[in-house]
Design a protein around this ligand. Sequence first.
Ligand code: RAM
Length: 940
Amino acid sequence: MINLLKKRLTIASSLLCVAFTFLFVDGSAMGGNQTKLAAVNLRTEYKHNPIGLGMANPRLSWEMQDSERGSMQQAYQIRCAATAAELKNKADLLWNTDWVESDQSNQLAYAGQKLASGERVYWQVRIRNNRGKESAWSEPVFFELGLLSHADWKAQWIEPKLDEDVSKSTPSPYLRRTFQAPKPISKATAFVTCHGLYELSMNGSKVSDDLFTPGWTSYQERLQYQAYDVTGLLAKGENAIGVVLGDGWYRGFLVWQGNKNTYGENVALLFQLQIEYADGTSEMICSDENWKAGTGPILKSDIYNGETYDARLEQTGWNTAGFDDREWNGVETKDYGYDNLVASDGVPVQVIQRIQPIEKIITPKGELVFDFGQNLVGWVHFKLKGNKGDKVVLNHAEVLDQEGNFYTANLRVAKAEDEYIFKGDGVESYAPRFTFHGFRYVKISDYPGEVTVDDLEACVVHSAMTETGDFVCSDTLVNRLQKNIQWGLRGNFLDVPTDCPQRDERLGWTGDAQVFAPTACFNVDAASFYTKWMQDFPVDQKENGSVPWVVPNVVKDGGGTGWSDGFGATAWADASVIIPWTVYRAYGDTGILERQYASMKGWEEYMIRESGDNYVFSAGFHFGDWLAFAEYYSYYYNAPDYGYAGANTDKELIATAYFYHTTGLMQKTAEILGKKEDAARYAAILPKIKEAFNREFVTETGRLTSGTQTAYVLALCFKLLPENLVPVVAKRLADDVNHFGHLTTGFVGTPLLCQALSDYGYPDVAYKLLFNKRYPSWLYPVTKGATTIWERWDCIKPDGSFQDVGMNSFNHYAYGAVGNWLYQTVAGLQEDPAVAGYKKFVVKPVPTEQLQFAKANYQSIYGEIRSGWERKEDAFVQTVEVPANTSAKIYLLANDATSVSENGKPISNRKDIAIAGRDGDYLVVEVGSGTYSFQIQNSN
Ligand code: RAM
């Protein structure tokens, strides 16, 4: 609960920051808040007061707060103790670093006394700044370890003894037991996991707001358990534990061919409650043969198909002590072992927000439909009255069709239907729990009464990552695009990064995740989320290093496509290297590189082996530039090139470009980790791949064998070309965009398209693409009322009809990868290529005449960074906020230093601003922490 509160506070404070940004750009709150030197926002492994950590030396981080300009941390002191009181009294410290002269404030590994399973550690830190000033000790926080060894597990796996037909969805099992606590309890921790999904309650109350536990991983080798502090739910005397199990990913419908029981046919529970009594004794209550099993109101519950709930079958008090369970069945103990059990590294899924319908609609077909105004993921919670046996059926849809009728064809076989049967007991309140739907509209049928907008709310469900960034500019359509990117993220970060949340798919598609990861890392703190997901890569990787299309890999043998065995597709498999690298760059996290290294290297070595002596990566099946602009060109545009074959980029060209890019990242990774031999090996291979790329795919005059935007973009952004051809290829790219008047790229080219144009001299062409409202473009869906990013450029075609129902998701984040460019280039907030984690960063906006202002804020691991620019009547204003303990290189759109003032004063001869010189159109200055407002006359 405390955790939850803290999280809410973090979200609230990030909202406050957004509000502050507005003031800031107006200039009315210049100078920032006056804050005292302090260490704040203490986190362990990215989390506030986590329990159940899976490592003995977790990493500690804090933010330095100091409103003095140019403030750096000079030294820190950490101390740790087993209780808050000991910490306060400085007694029996587990770790005391004394003053350490260092500016490190991020991911410092605990190095105190050895810790045991379940141990809690309170810690605090104080810091000294570069002016010799010391902060007070921070507020104490804590972390608690989970079960570090499999030998810590005493509980037995149990399965309910129920007669089930597992070829279809069956009633959810309910499990319970009671126990006596003979003495007052000082602390109680529950460790729990299951085959399937579980909802755990004690004495009638749910233990947490977490949903879809134990989460989705490659269960055969990695099954997460959760740890909950349940002290407050238990008391001396008789206590009851209740667990409902759902089918979930384990045995529900999964993948796309009516496939079921992917991991096993039976759901099962593993539960261990560790109780410490006030008198110092302890006891364990475990899942064992003493549990009882029954069924209840949940008749079926399936991720794709929805939930059927018959309230008449509720067994009141089933999870409390007084309940009579003599009619219930027993359970069977099973020997599934503990080898695959791992602590939870990810972020719990929760209900994050609630949305009221904006409209009640009767469609032309007479359907009763409610519109929530936003395509979202989660479910509808309703409060309705009915007689015993009455029912209400809820169906979910992303869009209405051209006639305004409810449209579900694009969900394919996912029923996405919740059905509730009333018990006839006044107002009944219901929301499902083991299913989720992707929808904007809900259709209500079979209900005898009236339904109003006040009876319903949509619960938005996703991994509870802290929102860390926002981008805003003077164009409302672009702002809606940014919102759509953020909603695409919310909808597809439900424990694993999915391609889509609505149809019978919802899988961890690696390529989609890879292209979107940099954008995700601006918008949310995605470090833990990816940390958890990436660990399933080595589990599902082949022995030869090849990486599956989806992780966890449930698409066996290429999903029956007949194209491939479902492994080794370029740009998809490269997620194994690119995502750990992205997390390292965004958060300065070398831990993820270490942990993933074997997996990263596996994929790299696979490519090296498969490409052989000519270094062209052509082996295996590749998706290529998936869903690139193709067939409808002539039809929609009365095109000059009638008969255009489509923007088909040679798959071997793409694969070889990615081979080069990934090898470059591997070389850097090996260097960072001190793996010198590997670094040298990859450094030696790089020029060979580059040579091969140019030999095979580039002519001497700078033509590419595929004359597509994607081919040009990859050649430029992955730096594959000889110097003399760079401007030639950049011009070809710009010419191609100008020729078509729009983009032609798919999943592979789109994320880097604007970047390539703006980096290589054609920012105006990049902006032309951004502002284009005609198909195909980013704003075309916005003009069609999209509230999320679409899978295809024309999910709704210009004539209003829909794309092929076989693959037409209205909530697919891949094309939203342009969000990275909005932050980095439009607002100018960039990483420093030489330093990870924004310890140093670059502010280099590329403004356009079409915008009056643009600004981005980003809660980095060091604190809030902001970058914005605005055209004012008398000046061009660039505003930058640099958190304490970081520094920034700022590119000002100024001819020279005399045309710039900062906060009303010239910028020459100042201690707080160093003029570094000119770079192209920019005057470059270097600054330390602080809030800066640069007024530029005669800007470039
Ligand atoms: C479809 C989806 C997914 C994509 C794969 C190749 O299933 O569009 O996003 O990655 O194809």
